[in-house]
Design a protein around this ligand. Structure first.
Ligand SMILES: O=C(O)C(=O)C[C@]1(C(=O)O)C=C[C@@H](O)C=C1
Length: 348
């Protein structure tokens, strides 16, 4: 990739905060959110105009009229405005309505044809273009998207870490991959990296915990979804927060208090793995309850020695291959099995 100069991000406060609704729904909603966002914290107003929904027949965005509302936000409230584009027509409209910041979504980043089409229609633009990570943790796809934009003379670039798709929801809707994002940062230190806690979490509860982590990892900014009535939002209602929450949270953060990044990063990894272990254990015990019901109906014994012996042998072998001692595997799985038996005994 060609060398990128450190650039546009320096003209904003650190961290840069982009905020606004997942989707533009109506003019009042847009203006109300803009009014309630504190401009001392939020410099850029975001709103989805076209929404790439997983299933059809959901609200798929308000379309072009939303760009007129964003122009009002710009003129009346003094924010810069940001939207997502996913094809050539979106780009043309974004440029026609003088949108300041344009981002490419995760579902587009995965597709080089789409990125190429967007890059060609943005050719030589001075607008700020942000590229979300692709759905799958493939750093080359992410880099490739930036290269396509750079090849078309686009200079004001940034990236957004919005987490990666997982087949099963544990704690996150899209699991963050801090390791991959930090690797990207090491490779391209001059490309500003923002974090999207709303899409990482998929719920309101975890958002500020994710922001705190990203602050430790020196992210330059955030894109956070806000709505004046989150429960009634037409898309992603679970992950939007009230506009006032931004100031409430960021006013309490001490940005000078820096922790040891290397240590924090490793610890973060351990926390993440431990939490996943707990989620998995909970799933396992729920399955054990379901098996107990089947055993009860079929008059089967709770303790199944043959099956248990074969399982423990398999786990010891797997542990061995992964460098874990027989003693450790036996200890952990004996406890798990004991708990599973207790659960089943209560049901039978
Ligand atoms: O396979 C079963 O029958 C189960 O109920 C599961 C399970 C376990 O938790 O691993 C529990 C009890 C049996 O002794 C064997 C295995």
């Amino acid at each position: 990739m060609k060398k990128i100069e450190p650039n546009w991000i320096n003209s904003f406060k650190k961290p840069l905060i982009i905020s606004g609704p997942c989707s533009a729904e109506n003019e009042n909603q847009i203006l109300e959110i803009a009014k309630r966002l504190d401009k001392n914290y939020v410099e850029i107003f975001r709103a989805g105009i076209w929404k790439p929904r997983t299933r059809p027949n959901n609200f798929e965005g308000i379309g072009e009229i939303g760009l007129k509302w964003l122009n009002k936000v710009k003129k009346k409230k003094g924010f810069l405005v940001a939207i997502e584009v996913a094809n050539k027509i979106h780009v043309e409209l974004a440029l026609k309505y003088d949108i300041d910041i344009i981002w490419i979504g995760a579902r587009s980043t995965v597709n080089p044809f789409t990125v190429q089409e967007i890059a060609e229609s943005l050719k030589d633009t001075n607008k700020i273009i942000l590229v979300k990570n692709p759905l799958n943790p493939d750093i080359d796809l992410w880099i490739g998207a930036l290269e396509r934009l750079i090849n078309k003379g686009i200079k004001n670039l940034g990236v957004i870490h919005r987490g990666f798709s997982i087949y099963k929801n544990l704690k996150y809707r899209n699991i963050p991959n801090w390791k991959l994002a930090l690797k990207f940062k090491k490779l391209y230190p001059n490309i500003p990296m923002l974090c999207d806690p709303s899409h990482i979490c998929g719920n309101r509860e975890g958002i500020f915990e994710v922001i705190k982590k990203a602050i430790h990892f020196n992210y330059e900014g955030f894109i956070i979804e806000t709505h004046c009535d989150p429960d009634k939002a037409l898309s992603d209602s679970y992950q939007q927060i009230l506009p006032e929450k931004i100031k409430e949270f960021f006013s309490k953060i001490d940005f000078k208090k820096k922790k040891n990044i290397k240590l924090e990063y490793k610890r973060e990894f351990i926390n993440e793995l431990d939490e996943n272990l707990i989620y998995l254990l909970s799933d396992r015990m729920i399955l054990s309850e379901k098996i107990a019901i089947i055993k009860k109906i079929n008059n089967l014994l709770v303790f199944q020695p043959k099956r248990w012996e074969s399982l423990i042998e398999k786990y010891i072998n797997l542990g061995n291959r992964l460098g874990l001692s027989k003693k450790l595997i036996k200890k952990i799985f004996n406890e798990i099995h004991k708990e599973s038996i207790n659960i089943q005994n209560k049901i039978i």
